[in-house]
Design a protein around this ligand. Structure first.
Ligand code: TXA
Ligand code: MG
Length: 337
């Protein structure tokens, strides 16, 4: 894409309140088919009006995203979700328990929904989320239509958790960035499929499987579907193996550091390598997975910017939010296509 537009950056959150002028301006840009990046409680999203195929096409182009990768439609109310998706009793229970919040429900698309096919990649299902961030909720409400919003980074790059991250990836390619400060959760929403058949976790995040099981009163499948089963049809084509990739090679579960490597530490486990590593970032010196998730993408960016040839990652416990952190790090470590 050779467009080079000037990207406005507006501070849009004051004392936890969305700035009415900024929201009105951003809502108008989206209704006109423009692209606006905004803070959510998980990561910054790059928004477009979900009902305008031309706007969604611009969004794919700005991100450099493969167009078979479907997007999440963000809504501002339960009724707006029901207008575009068919929420069964389990989906209703999950929405009641976790919305607004970091949970995305994949449900059958409602016939007559005007979300464009480009946004859903032509699937018969749609991914819906009502975010908890005051900026995001106010903006979607101002647009009055669902807003698709993938993470506001160039495709395959690390997800942005500050407005500065967004500017470094997308300045010159989008119309506006609404700065709402650092995002509190720091990893993308949990995605669960509520389609005929069993509930299935498609992407781990801050809403844990056990909490969803308690709310829905039913088991949530977390493994790979049995091959050959109806459920084995790839329902999350966007979950490409190599994703969230910094330039440096990522090596997990490191207990030592080799020449030229930077350290992504957890709980100070690799602190003895601090001075010998080319750069050092501890996700959470007190080994708190919540703090670590919030700092994950900023840490990857900082280490990558140091010019290190590789990033050695300390062992991170594979439970709770640790599972979501490891999911993102495994994608960052996957061989590049
Ligand atoms: O926290 C989040 O969810 C952030 C913020 C901005 O809200 N958004 C985000 O969007 O992570 P994105 O586009 O980076 O990730 C959307 C994921 C993709 O992996 C895609 O494949 C999956 O959702 N997805 C979308 N529609 C789907 C569908 N109908 N069936 C299965 N997976 C779907
Ligand atoms: Mg993404």
């Amino acid at each position: 894409m050779n467009r080079n537009i000037s990207t406005r950056l507006i501070k849009a959150l004051h004392d936890g309140q969305a700035d009415a002028g900024a929201i009105a301006a951003a809502g108008a840009v989206l209704r006109d088919g423009g692209l606006v990046a905004f803070a959510t409680e998980t990561v910054y999203g790059l928004g477009a009006d979900a009902t305008q195929a031309a706007a969604v096409a611009r969004l794919y182009a700005a991100k450099g995203r493969p167009s078979f990768n479907p997007l999440i439609a963000h809504v501002a109310s339960f009724d707006e979700a029901r207008a575009h998706g068919v929420l069964d009793a389990r989906a209703e229970a999950l929405a009641a328990a976790f919305w607004p919040g970091p949970l995305t429900l994949v449900v059958p698309r409602r016939p007559g929904s005007d979300i464009c096919d480009l946004a859903t990649a032509g699937l018969a299902s749609v991914a819906l989320r009502m975010p908890a961030h005051p900026l995001a909720l106010a903006l979607i409400g101002a647009v009055g239509r669902p807003v698709v919003a993938p993470s506001a980074n160039r495709s395959g790059h690390v997800s942005p958790t500050t407005a500065a991250h967004v500017m470094s990836d997308l300045s010159g390619r989008i119309d506006l960035v609404l700065d709402g400060g650092a995002t509190p959760v720091g990893v993308e929403s949990t995605i669960v499929a509520c389609l005929p058949g069993r509930l299935r976790l498609l992407r781990p995040g801050a809403v844990l499987a056990a909490a969803m099981e308690a709310a829905a009163g039913e088991a949530v499948e977390t493994g790979e579907p049995e091959s050959g089963s109806a459920e084995a049809t790839p329902i999350a084509p966007g979950l490409l193996a190599s994703h969230y990739a910094p330039n440096a090679r990522v090596r997990l579960d490191a207990d030592a550091v080799t020449a030229g490597e930077a350290v992504l530490d957890f709980g100070g486990r690799l602190a003895e390598w601090h001075d010998r590593a080319s750069a050092y970032f501890d996700l959470s010196p007190k080994a708190d997975p919540v703090e670590a998730a919030a700092r994950l993408f900023a840490g990857l960016r900082e280490l990558d910017a140091s010019g290190a040839v590789g990033i050695a990652v300390a062992p991170i416990p594979d439970d709770g939010l640790g599972a979501a952190i490891l999911d993102r790090l495994r994608r960052a470590a996957a061989p590049r296509g």
